[in-house]
Ligand binder design. Structure first.
Ligand SMILES: *[C@@H]1O[C@H](CO)[C@@H](O)[C@H](O)[C@H]1NC(C)=O
Ligand SMILES: *[C@@H]1O[C@H](CO)[C@@H](O)[C@H](O)[C@H]1NC(C)=O
Ligand SMILES: *[C@@H]1O[C@H](CO)[C@@H](O)[C@H](O)[C@H]1NC(C)=O
Ligand SMILES: *[C@@H]1O[C@H](CO)[C@@H](O)[C@H](O)[C@H]1NC(C)=O
Ligand SMILES: *[C@@H]1O[C@H](CO)[C@@H](O)[C@H](O)[C@H]1NC(C)=O
Length: 131
């Protein structure tokens, strides 16, 4: 449950989930496009180059039919997605809820996030990578 502490308001999140669920029957196609929110890493996380970590995301409310179950993860720095550097992880199931990645040898900075790609993309809060 530690992951949830970083959400500014759990009740806001719950309200969003409720409104998404309420809207779903009206738009099945949209509901089937599934990119769950990344839970870890999050704001305050520090990763060391070369270390291995589990990126985790929320799989509590998957739609019945998911168009693309195969996920990919890549690194984002500031507003730039570093797809050209290759992915941190690929070909895993979006329904797994986690995938283990190795922190790449990249310049230390505090504005990294990981991008989770399924049907569309979503990304984590910004976190820090150190040498
Ligand atoms: C991306 O994640 C946020 C929470 O971090 C969530 O509110 C939003 O709905 C997600 N976007 C998509 C397209 O699923
Ligand atoms: C990732 O999660 C799996 C399953 O819980 C665990 O076996 C593994 O040790 C974890 N890896 C790391 C680097 O924490
Ligand atoms: C999911 O896919 C199956 C097989 O294509 C279909 O029969 C079913 O109606 C779909 N369910 C939803 C909620 O779209
Ligand atoms: C992706 O994973 C599936 C099942 O593990 C495997 O059959 C397939 O060859 C993999 N594809 C790639 C491009 O690695
Ligand atoms: C990604 O590529 C950019 C530009 O080529 C480089 O500056 C950066 O260090 C690379 N990052 C990683 C994680 O390899």
């Amino acid at each position: 449950m530690k992951f949830y502490q970083s959400f500014t308001s759990l009740s806001t999140l719950a309200a969003q989930l409720v409104s998404i669920a309420a809207a779903a029957p009206l738009d099945l196609e949209k509901r089937d496009v599934y990119t769950p929110p990344v839970l870890y890493p999050h704001s305050g996380t520090v990763w060391k180059v070369g270390a291995r970590h589990n990126v985790t995301w929320d799989i509590s409310d998957p739609p019945v039919n998911i168009t693309n179950k195969v996920g990919q993860i890549w690194l984002r720095k500031g507003e730039i997605e570093w797809i050209q550097n290759g992915t941190l992880a690929s070909n895993f199931s979006i329904l797994a809820g986690r995938v283990e990645v190795t922190v790449p040898d990249t310049e230390p900075a505090n504005d990294y996030s990981v991008v989770l790609y399924g049907d569309s993309t979503n990304w984590s809060q910004m976190f820090t990578i150190i040498d």
